[in-house]
Design a protein around this ligand. Structure first.
Ligand code: F6R
Length: 608
């Protein structure tokens, strides 16, 4: 999810590159860099951290002369977020500088080959192989070298390239990572998304996969993998600058809800091979679970609720007792933890103060810690004994959505992995479960598509005094997160109750027209939840049920419906939460709330 930008023209390149990188910072912000060409000299400036540090380092670009350049803002995948791993990367002969967004899947083999040929690597990135290949294939023609290099690459890449032999030219290549060319007057640009271009031009060319572009200040030429020129028709951007930053969505939260199929896929895909769950990142492999007598999951907020949802699969498949404990409670509770306890710590940001403190407390008591974390190089990731990344990409909206679903997904995968390691799941069963896990991205998309009525349901429910969410078992765990989403962005009073608990007190709150959102996605206890629905209905409640499309029993009693596709209930939380996220979003929108930055909240809670 890195951002790349390129400029060639008559103005100084560096300030323009820095401005573009600031617009792309939502894509990743652990390190950044620019390479600017002044006649035949390429100068590279890189920093660990934000674009603002790069601006400071280069005096807002003033200290870097030259009218041609490329820039990059990184969200680390291969290699820690350090200055060495920051882009641009230089070839050994200093002739080429490149920036890259994407992942080169065959980089290990290429790296071995290039090392054998005497190339020296400066970073741990997958990207660096590209710049050495360019040097290797360069025979006086950059375009040819690019084509030969691209032919060797597997994976996804948007590349920006400059070559000291061709001052005034920038090159761009696209394969499965976005790249857009911007057409100016006496200047031309490329960028990962239009956000970085709209301040300069609204005339753009969308590169397609397998296309290469050569840009000078007065021309853009696009060619295919054979070197044949392609005539492209420019498009005009009609979005305003802010909308472009959100990829056309009104809010980052909506964008991130819609990104969930892709985020869950990115989290699952590298970890299922031939019907097996594999965690290459667990240095002790399946031995992580050997001798473990108790699992504690600790986290805050939605990450804690992800733990609540994952507990069911973990306990069922490992038969090890699992406790889910709020990090802010655990740290002061004198917890019963020892070396036979595995502590799973969940955090999107990896910087939540309570979570870090709870984790340290557990380590001091001898437990092993396994972090499920999204931000590469964050504190939680760094201090854990084992780290498993959720590949959700940067999450900008304060209310987490894809962070939560990818966390639950990792817990599902760990459950299968540990169950197999403990000999409780056979090969065939694992195969069946991994097949289901691989279906989740598609099923999450269906959860979005099956619910076009949500905006009108939001109109009906947005001015309720309170909303109650009920469910049992995994449905209850999802109800907790659904209620939190509603509270934090719409400011409605929303509470989740275990459906079986209603008659022990809560049912006193039910009165005429009280909305109750009933989650009924677990066939084994459907009848029980159905009885609870009937109980609240007979006291006047208005029931909005979340269930399967063909669930006739629920369809006939509920007032309104939300749907999920058919899915194995052990793994259904990630499909169930999606309509509830969308409901919260639309209710908040009806109420005119600041959806991406709800009042009193911050994305990363680094204080106790
Ligand atoms: C709610 C939300 C928060 C976070 C919590 C933990 O939408 O985002 O409840 O889940 O602050 O944050 P991380 O996961 O960064 O540790």
């Amino acid at each position: 999810m890195c951002g790349i930008v390129g400029y060639t023209g008559t103005q100084d390149a560096a300030p323009i590159l820095l401005d573009g990188l600031k617009k792309l910072e939502y894509r990743g912000y652990d390190s950044a860099g620019i390479a600017v060409m002044d006649h035949n000299i390429i100068s590279v400036n890189k920093v660990k951290g934000r674009i603002v540090s790069l601006s400071e380092k280069t005096s807002d670009g003033a200290s870097v002369p030259g009218t041609t350049g490329i820039g990059h803002t990184r969200w680390a995948t291969h290699g820690a977020p350090t200055e060495e791993n920051a882009h641009p990367h230089l070839s050994n002969d200093g002739r080429f500088a490149i920036v890259h967004n994407g992942i080169i899947e065959n980089y290990m083999a290429l790296r071995e080959e290039l090392l054998g040929d005497g190339y020296v690597f400066q970073s741990e990135t997958d990207t660096e192989v590209i710049v050495h290949l360019l040097e290797m294939y360069y025979r006086g023609n950059v375009r040819d070298a690019l084509i030969r290099t691209a032919n060797r690459l597997q994976g996804s890449y948007a590349l920006g390239v400059i070559c000291s032999e061709e001052p005034g030219s920038i090159y761009a290549v696209r394969e499965k990572s976005p790249l857009i060319l911007g057409l100016g007057i006496d200047e031309n640009f490329f960028a990962s998304d239009v956000t970085a271009l709209v301040n300069h031009t609204r005339n753009v060319i969308y590169l397609e996969d397998g296309e290469f572009a050569e840009l000078t200040c007065d021309a853009i030429r696009v060619f295919d993998v054979t070197g044949r020129e392609i005539i492209k028709t420019p498009s005009r951007i009609l979005w305003d600058v802010q909308a472009a930053e959100k990829g056309g969505y009104e809010h980052f939260m909506l964008k991130e809800i819609m990104e969930q199929p892709a985020a869950v896929k990115a989290t699952i895909a590298p970890r299922i091979r031939e019907g097996e769950v594999v965690f290459d990142e667990l240095k002790d492999g399946p031995a992580v679970i050997s001798g473990v007598r108790k699992i504690i999951i600790t986290a805050c907020g939605s990450a804690y609720y992800a733990g609540c949802a994952g507990k069911y699969a973990l306990e069922k498949l490992t038969r090890i007792p699992v406790e889910v404990v709020l990090a802010s409670e655990l740290r002061y509770s004198d917890p019963l933890i020892d070396k036979d306890t595995l502590v799973i710590v969940i955090s999107q940001s990896g910087e939540t103060a309570d979570t870090i403190a709870a984790m340290r407390e557990c380590s001091e008591r001898g437990a092993r810690t396994l972090a499920v974390v999204n931000v590469v190089g964050s504190t939680v990731a760094n201090i854990a004994d084992y780290t498993v990344y959720t590949w959700a990409g940067p999450e900008i909206a304060v209310a987490t959505t894809k962070g939560y679903t990818t966390q639950v997904t990792v817990l599902y995968m760990l459950s299968v992995y540990f169950g197999r390691a403990l000999g409780l799941i056979g090969e065939d069963q694992e195969k069946e479960m991994t097949d289901t896990l691989q279906q989740l991205p598609r099923l999450i998309q269906q959860s979005i598509d099956l619910n076009p009525a949500i905006p009108s349901l939001a109109k009906k429910y947005h001015d309720s005094k309170a909303l109650f969410f009920i469910g049992r078992n995994t449905d209850y765990a999802v109800a907790l997160e659904g209620a939190l989403k509603m509270k934090e962005i719409s400011y409605l009073h929303a509470e989740a109750y275990a459906a079986g608990e209603l008659k022990h007190g809560t049912i006193a709150l039910i009165e005429e027209h009280q909305p109750v959102i009933a989650l009924c996605c677990n066939p084994s206890i459907m009848e029980k939840t159905l009885s609870n629905i009937v109980e609240v209905k007979s006291r006047g409640a208005e029931v909005l049920a979340l269930t399967f499309r063909n669930n006739q029993k629920i369809l006939s009693v509920a007032d309104d419906l939300l749907f999920i596709p058919d899915v194995e209930s052990l793994f259904s939380a990630v499909t169930e939460i999606v309509p509830l996220q969308l409901l919260a979003y639309h209710v908040a929108k009806e109420n005119g709330c600041d959806i991406d930055k709800p009042k009193n909240l911050a994305k990363s809670v680094t204080v106790e």
